[in-house]
Design a protein. Structure first.
Length: 302
């Protein structure tokens, strides 16, 4: 076993797998990742994927592995049933124990949260929320978690009151790679083009579909730069999202926690609307939530 290894924290997403090898005092001994997310695995592939990533570190075991994310979905390793909102982020006592063949592994999968009306679900984000609550224990307001499926979450008294998911990141990926716009979208960033597109989408959301094709037309007729086209595409989609999510952010303090570049884009768009925004590191709050789940286990033992 790796010297000092006490447990392993895992964030298992749709596309990627991340693991932190942890000491008992909370020190990160190592961080590892792979592209073997849920979409790349059948149910019997999760245990081998985990062992391929961390098996050399666990020695003779046993080692506790605490998992958040899509490993607990219906198509994942073992389904961890959702908890209904309003709710605090679930503790380890609500986790599902995954069936394993290797006796060195003790795998606990945290559940997600569900909302009946309007219908919505989250997996993995609930663990980020727990980490955010630890960093901001008195926060009441809105938490935005930008990503492939961005979450807008209303929180009060360290509970999730309601939330709404927007597929903005997935729409960007589909349009930029699998639509006619793939011929126009390039690398780079143009902040002015982004801000203008956000404003256009928020003020005239019904025109967004036309503005989208306009990116292709401008590329053909005016030589629209690829970076400018990409920034405008992002701005149109995020602006459309902000128009739809207005009840969540208008007049509310907002915490953003996502990948740095994406969070900066959301911060720019929200700040232009006069919103008060605090930005946190998504990886840090995810790990903090998993560490809190490990602490649940220690408290139960005592």
């Amino acid at each position: 076993m790796m010297d000092g290894l006490d447990w392993i924290a895992v964030d298992w997403g749709t596309s990627n797998l991340r693991a932190w090898l942890m000491a008992a005092d909370g020190t990160i001994l190592d961080k590892r990742s792979s592209d073997r997310g849920m979409n790349a695995l059948s149910r019997d592939g999760f245990e081998p994927a985990l062992l391929d990533l961390v098996g050399d570190a666990i020695g003779n075991g046993p080692v506790t592995v605490i998992v958040c994310g899509m490993a607990g979905s219906r198509q994942g390793w073992a389904e961890a049933p959702y908890r209904s909102v309003p709710s605090a982020p679930p503790q380890l006592s609500a986790a599902t124990r995954a069936l394993v063949h290797d006796p060195r592994l003790d795998v606990r999968i945290l559940p997600g949260l569900k909302q009946e009306q309007p219908a919505d679900v989250m997996r993995g984000e609930e663990t980020q929320l727990r980490g955010i609550f630890l960093a901001n224990p008195g926060f009441d307001g809105t938490i935005c978690l930008p990503g492939t499926h961005t979450k807008w979450v209303q929180v009060s008294a360290r509970e999730v009151v309601s939330f709404r998911t927007f597929m903005t990141g997935e729409l960007y990926a589909l349009l930029s790679a699998n639509s006619v716009l793939r011929h126009s979208i390039g690398e780079g960033w143009d902040g002015e083009a982004f801000s203008e597109a956000v404003s256009d989408a928020m003020s005239r959301p019904g025109s967004v579909a036309g503005h989208l094709f306009g990116l292709r037309a401008e590329g053909l007729l005016r030589g629209l730069d690829g970076a400018r086209a990409a920034s405008r595409l992002s701005g149109l989609l995020i602006g459309l999202e902000l128009a739809g999510a207005r009840p969540y952010w208008l007049g509310q303090p907002i915490i953003l926690a996502g990948a740095s570049d994406l969070s900066r884009a959301y911060e720019s768009a929200l700040s232009a609307q006069g919103a008060a925004v605090e930005r946190l590191d998504s990886e840090a709050v995810t790990l903090a939530g998993l560490v809190a789940a490990r602490a649940d286990m220690k408290e139960t033992a005592t």
